[in-house]
Design a protein around this ligand. Structure first.
Ligand code: MN
Length: 496
């Protein structure tokens, strides 16, 4: 979907001329070594590019300017090996538009007790050089991630990698286009939102397209392309008998394939990164797009149902952030509860559109009637998702701001057959427990639509929210309801 190694973060070391040529040469050598170690770290999915030491106000301004316009530069990692006077950074930081991570590290890991002299101290002084830099960034109220630790330390590298993934998701949003077929579902509140504010805040645009324009593209699909896609279905899924060639509903499968090809063509032609539709506005389409949407999501398109463009965009960003990791990121809906006291659970699903990246085995391809929408029976992929650590994330529009909400969960293997439920499904336990997790989500106004992630952590989303400059509420193992309610109250003041 996206190769994160094509994206760059620049490693920028600050210093000054005070120290003389010899020290500055050493600074440059050490920085190059650190950048190279980060670049080859398996924890960091993007390229880390060494940049020459910046020593003056002009050099700092210039590197920030370059970073702003460099297409593949998604952010800066800064480090002060020596002492870089903070005022030198003001003009550069004022114009910097890319996210920043401040790596509070040191070239040497241990203090060389026997040999250490004043020259060594002068070279290895990030303990106070980084504090000077930290002050000016805080004084300028610029959000950034601070990572502390020796650069070879795996945990520090993992934290950098987490930020790099968040930054990649952010980079993908800038200028991204999302297509909206129809309005959001009638009377629904949480799927509404301020699209102008979203573009200002998040950098992506959402625009609407007439369903008739899409239908025109769908109807232009060639018979040969449909046959070819049906072959691919046959190779990829366990097909229901009625959907096989000569089967009673084979013509429905052809219709589904036609919709998929048309949708993909439309999205490719418009260079869209995601889309949303609504079952209330599908004039001219024979059936609701089920398998089409499922397969497009698996390809990397962001999607959410019922006109929910905020979740569609979030799904896309999280897919980019999780790129290359085992497991998937998928549009999800909290559907129904198992309120058994010993083993309370949430069943997540949707009426059709569950992303097969979650499937723990080869999905089955089935056709069943749908109670709503008033269309012909739609074809869909049916499967279960596996167990393990996961999370749900949701962006809501609070009127005066966007709120990103994250709930870490424990996904659970599904042991029951569910023979009468012909949709894909996921089972999980919210953290810290069912009662607290669900209450906290509802107090925070979290949507019933989410992006369910098997490979991102709360830290990825927290970094992402910090980059976007939006509120982030985390519900996890440490959540206490009373504390959370206070946090929500205090944030009303903080975001006023
Ligand atoms: Mn829904």
């Amino acid at each position: 979907m996206i190769n994160l190694k094509e994206l760059e973060v620049w490693f920028v070391t600050g210093s000054q001329h005070l120290y003389g040529e010899e020290t500055l040469n050493q600074v440059a050598q050490h920085s190059e070594q650190i950048a190279s170690a980060l670049n080859t770290s398996k924890e960091i999915p993007v390229k880390v590019v060494f940049k020459p030491t910046v020593k003056t106000t002009e050099e700092i301004y210039s590197i920030c300017q370059d970073a702003n316009i460099a297409k593949n530069c998604i952010g800066l990692i800064t480090w002060m090996h020596t002492f870089s006077p903070g005022k030198m950074w003001i003009n550069g930081l004022k114009i910097l538009q890319k996210p920043m991570l401040h790596l509070h590290t040191q070239f040497n890991r241990d203090i060389p007790w026997e040999t250490m002299d004043m020259d060594f101290m002068n070279l290895n002084q990030s303990a106070h050089g980084d504090r000077e830099f930290g002050f000016i960034v805080s004084r300028m109220r610029i959000d950034r991630k601070v990572v502390v630790g020796h650069f070879e330390d795996e945990e520090a590298q993992r934290e950098i990698g987490t930020w790099a993934r968040a930054t990649a998701g952010w980079h993908d949003w800038q200028g991204a286009k999302f297509a909206r077929f129809g309005d959001n579902m009638r009377f629904v509140a949480v799927t509404e939102g301020d699209k102008v504010e979203a573009e200002l805040k998040f950098g992506y645009s959402v625009n609407t397209y007439g369903i008739g324009d899409l239908v025109k593209v769908i109807n232009a699909t060639s018979a040969a392309a449909i046959d070819q896609l049906i072959e691919e279905y046959n190779d990829s899924y366990m097909m229901a008998e009625s959907l096989l060639k000569g089967g009673a509903q084979f013509s429905s499968l052809k219709e589904a394939a036609k919709i998929e090809i048309g949708l993909r063509t439309f999205l490719q032609q418009g260079n869209f990164k995601g889309f949303t539709d609504t079952f209330e506005d599908l004039h001219g389409m024979a059936q609701l797009p089920g398998i089409a949407v499922q397969r497009l999501m698996a390809e990397g398109y962001g999607f959410a149902g019922e006109g929910d463009w905020k979740t569609a965009a979030l799904v896309r960003a999280m897919k980019v952030m999780g790129s290359g990791l085992p497991g998937g990121n998928a549009f999800m809906e909290d559907y129904t509860y198992h309120f058994n006291k010993e083993n309370p659970l949430v069943l997540g699903s949707h009426m059709l559109e569950v992303d097969p990246v979650l499937a723990n085995r080869k999905p089955t391809c089935e056709i069943h009637p749908l109670g709503i929408g008033g269309k012909a029976d739609p074809v869909r992929l049916v499967f279960n998702a596996g167990g393990g650590a996961a999370l749900n994330a949701s962006i809501v529009d609070m009127g005066n701001r966007f709120r990103l909400l994250v709930n870490t969960v424990e996904a659970v293997e599904i042991e029951h057959d569910l023979p009468k439920l012909p949709v894909a499904r996921v089972l999980w336990k919210p953290l810290p427990d069912m009662k607290t997790g669900c209450a906290a989500w509802i107090y925070a106004g979290g949507a019933h639509h989410t992006c369910f992630s098997q490979n991102l952590t709360a830290e990825h989303l927290q970094d992402f929210a910090a980059i976007a400059g939006v509120e982030c509420i985390t519900i996890d193992a440490d959540t206490k309801l009373n504390q959370l309610k206070n946090e929500l109250k205090w944030n009303e003041a903080a975001y006023k």
